[in-house]
Design a protein around this ligand. Structure first.
Ligand SMILES: Nc1ncnc2c1ncn2[C@@H]1O[C@H](COP(=O)(O)OP(=O)(O)O)[C@@H](O)[C@H]1O
Ligand SMILES: [Mg+2]
Length: 339
């Protein structure tokens, strides 16, 4: 395989774009950290790199492809028209045009985005998943009797803890109804309501198409949250630095896990990755209960790739530097057979 590749970095934007748009101002902002990190790494690796951002018009991408024929697209576009459930459709377009791209294919993205379907598949294969119910917009809001409190009410197809706050944790039918209605109306999303799994919050990074690498396990610790309070990676818990400081929230490497348990978690994660037909790279969100039962919470194909986020930090711990990581992701795209 040739060393120097033509790489088109594909971004999403939150407002209309043009094919030759200057994104240098955006790339200096915190919101575009991942994009900037990846561009820097690709250049450092010696690839010929161009970029384009799309909002609600795939024609912008088509125009770009008329003037620049990439060997591979580095796909960082995970929303379309501000909707994160459309990541799979962007990738479907790439697949239909026979374009090579990094990360996960459309089937894996589709299965993982739907937090109910992914749990049904894994539950069928005897992986522990929280019991849940899906309540679509416009449907009567009622809790199935088998679903016990406390319950966590979440948007069915969202990311980044959007719509998740302490109020998502409900302990009565009244709170349940209120929160479901709130997600239906304010987030314009269907709802998944899950049994709340108490336990440690683990993040496992996995990379590969056929042969899989599992990187050292990360954990979100809730140092200053009182023991009897629910511990949830809410929107604030992820993105509000002040809030994180106040409650002692820290992403770190998971400590004091028995080596045999670590091996078991790694095996479980590889099974999950394959069962959900993920390729490229992903971060799996798990909960580990006091009696060491591993529960699947969510799979994130194409997780945030910024150098200081969990995925890259885990790879680094496995002695894969950031540019090496970006290169491996590119190489995986070059050797995958998706069609
Ligand atoms: N069933 C559950 N039991 C316990 N905590 C949960 C459950 N579902 C979600 N959470 C908490 O909420 C966070 C966000 O949920 P998740 O489904 O991963 O949404 P997102 O896609 O927005 O990251 C999780 O990281 C975890 O802290
Ligand atoms: Mg998550």
């Amino acid at each position: 395989m040739k060393k120097r590749l033509k790489v088109l970095a594909l971004f999403d934007a939150i407002a209309p774009t043009t094919v030759d748009q200057d994104l240098s101002a955006e790339l200096k902002t915190e919101d575009w950290k991942t994009e900037a990190n990846v561009l820097d790494a690709l250049r450092e690796l010696g690839h010929e790199v161009q970029h384009v951002a799309i909002f609600d018009n795939l024609d912008v991408l088509r125009q770009k492809l008329d003037t620049f024929e990439p060997d591979v697209i580095f796909n960082l576009a995970d929303q379309f028209n501000n909707n994160r459930a459309f990541d799979q459709n962007i990738v479907s377009f790439l697949e239909m045009h026979g374009l090579r791209f990094t990360g996960c294919g459309s089937t894996g993205l589709t299965l993982c985005k739907h937090k109910g379907i992914s749990k049904k598949i894994l539950g069928y294969h005897r992986i522990h998943v929280p019991d849940f119910t899906v309540i679509a917009r416009g449907k009567r809001i009622s809790r199935p009797r088998r679903l016990r409190f406390p319950i966590l009410v979440k948007p069915l197809k969202e990311e980044a803890s959007l719509g998740i706050s302490q109020a998502s944790f409900v302990s009565s039918d009244e709170q349940f109804r209120e929160r479901v209605q709130f997600i239906h109306e304010k987030y314009d999303n269907d709802v998944i309501a899950e049994e709340y799994i108490e336990g440690r919050e683990l993040y496992v990074s996995v990379m590969g198409n056929h042969r899989l690498q599992v990187f050292p396990i990360r954990e979100l610790v809730f140092k200053e949250v009182p023991p009897d309070e629910p511990k949830i990676a809410t929107y604030k818990a992820k993105w509000d630095e002040e809030y994180r400081k106040r409650w002692g929230l820290q992403n770190q490497f998971a400590e004091n896990l028995d080596p045999a348990l670590v091996r078991q978690i790694e095996q479980t994660c590889k099974r999950i990755y394959r069962l959900l037909t993920i390729d490229g790279y992903a971060r799996l969100d798990l909960r580990l209960t006091a009696d060491n039962k591993v529960y699947f919470i969510e799979a994130n194909p194409n997780p945030i790739l910024a150098a200081d986020e969990d995925f890259a930090q885990s790879a680094l711990k496995a002695n894969i530097t950031y540019p090496q990581l970006i290169n491996q992701i590119v190489r995986l795209a070059m050797t995958s057979s998706r069609d």
